[in-house]
Design a protein around this ligand. Structure first.
Ligand SMILES: C[S@@+](CC[C@H](N)C(=O)[O-])C[C@H]1O[C@@H](n2cnc3c(N)ncnc32)[C@H](O)[C@@H]1O
Length: 411
């Protein structure tokens, strides 16, 4: 192998087969002496052994971009070499989107760059991408300068295409074939990247465009991890940039009194700064989903705005929002066994100093904090209350047993 340009020496060349007849070559050039303003293409000649044992000479055009990449490597930034487009990869590996897995791909790299920019500066960052699929966002993360990208993909059909990307970004891309809902992210990165909670966030980011059926349970799980400083948050205040169905993104960021205010708004905002970055129209995806998509950025707060265990806050919030159009005391009553409902609800509302006639959507986080504190106080006094579940009582009643463990809870 040699390079025709006088001042350009070839460091390495990698070959990827598209099929048995066509191959794509990436040249890694050592090119400190190249004139930066030259617009002429550079030609690399590659001698190849053919099937009969003979030699053939292939002339490859090498753009300044490729060369810049080699130079940039020396100054600590990185661009992927020219690759088959995401669309070509989808065709190449026959990656038909599976409707039952809600797969919708982003092929426009300007859009994937824009999503990745919402994460902030990724230079030398550690990143976990969830659900990389054919790798559009993956490319943008690598081009943004991530030093270590771990991708977790459930569908094995995407693994060969991701391996191709990994070869084009040597040492930067690690591939896990697995399910993000069970993957132990606390084991996925070196512990020395951790930052104490009360300092700046670690240089670790989670980015992903997941199916909506996964992203909502996943954010609930990760919010619990934020509260307990476990999972990805064992490293500190790891930031998240994730996509959601537009309506869910609106709920996550809805303020007090707005129509979209919901359980998710409270749970996300008591633990994180949440920012709805921008909306991607459904037509930007292939195939086009029925809905538009919101990109949401989360930074865990230094101090949660409600100082009670996650499960207790979640229980209060779930109950208060079960009748979202009614006065808030209606839902809160269901925290207590029927026999003592009126008495304990009144005590809780008085202790919290919250107007029982407010609608759930009108409750601010300080309101919820006061309610959670009052409920926690009652549970300390009458421990049986904490395990009481209104729906469980209903279920038992339907089965005809009628007894709930907390029904007689008294000091
Ligand atoms: C909506 S597609 C997006 C693909 C790609 N990120 C993009 O933007 O074009 C969601 C991807 O997440 C993957 N996925 C779905 N559930 C997953 C899970 N539980 N764990 C990991 N990956 C999952 C799918 O296989 C698919 O590749």
């Amino acid at each position: 192998m040699y390079c025709k340009k006088k001042y350009c020496s070839l460091q390495a060349i990698t070959r990827y087969y598209i099929n048995s007849k066509t191959a794509v070559y990436y040249a890694y050039l050592k090119s400190y002496w190249l004139k930066p303003f030259s617009s002429s293409p550079y030609w690399i000649s590659v001698r190849q052994r053919d099937d009969e044992g003979g030699n053939s000479l292939t002339r490859l055009e090498c753009t300044l971009e490729t060369i810049n990449m080699a130079v940039a490597k020396k100054v600590a930034s990185f661009r992927l070499p020219p690759l088959p487009t995401v669309g070509e990869l989808i065709k190449l590996y026959n990656l038909r989107a599976e409707k039952q897995l809600s797969q919708n791909f982003l092929l426009d790299l300007r859009l994937t760059d824009k999503i990745v920019r919402q994460a902030g500066c990724l230079n030398n960052a550690h990143v976990c991408e969830v659900g990389p699929g054919p790798g559009g966002i993956t490319r943008s993360i690598l081009n943004a300068g991530a030093a270590d990208l771990l991708v977790v993909e459930k569908d094995s059909r995407f693994i060969p295409g991701l391996k191709l990307l990994s070869e084009a970004a040597p040492g930067k891309l690690r591939i896990v074939h697995g399910d993000i809902l069970t993957y132990r992210m606390d084991r996925g990165f070196p512990t020395d990247i951790s930052k104490p909670w009360d300092q700046e966030p670690p240089n670790l980011h989670i980015i992903g465009n997941l199916p909506f059926s996964v992203s909502t349970p996943l954010i609930i799980k990760w919010l619990e991890n934020v509260a307990n400083r476990t999972g990805p948050f064992a490293f500190g205040r790891t930031r998240l940039t994730l996509t959601f169905q537009k309506e869910v993104a609106e709920r996550l960021t809805a303020s007090t009194g707005s129509r979209q205010r919901s359980r998710l708004s409270i749970m996300a905002q008591y633990l994180c700064t949440v920012h709805n970055c921008f909306t991607i129209p459904g037509r930007a995806f292939v195939p086009k989903p029925e809905v538009d998509v919101g990109v949401v950025h989360f930074t865990p707060l230094l101090q949660p705005r409600i100082q009670q265990p996650f499960k207790l806050v979640e229980k209060v919030v779930r109950n208060v929002f079960q009748f979202r159009r009614k006065h808030c005391h209606k839902g809160l009553q269901k925290l207590f066994p029927e026999a003592r409902r009126a008495e304990l609800t009144q005590e809780m509302m008085q202790e919290a100093d919250v107007d029982p006639l407010l609608r759930p959507t009108e409750l601010s986080i300080p309101h919820i904090q006061a309610l959670a504190d009052a409920y926690a106080g009652l549970c300390r006094r009458e421990p049986g209350l904490l395990s009481y579940e209104f729906r469980e009582e209903l279920r038992l009643r339907r089965l005809g047993t009628g007894n709930s463990p907390a029904a007689d809870a008294r000091p």
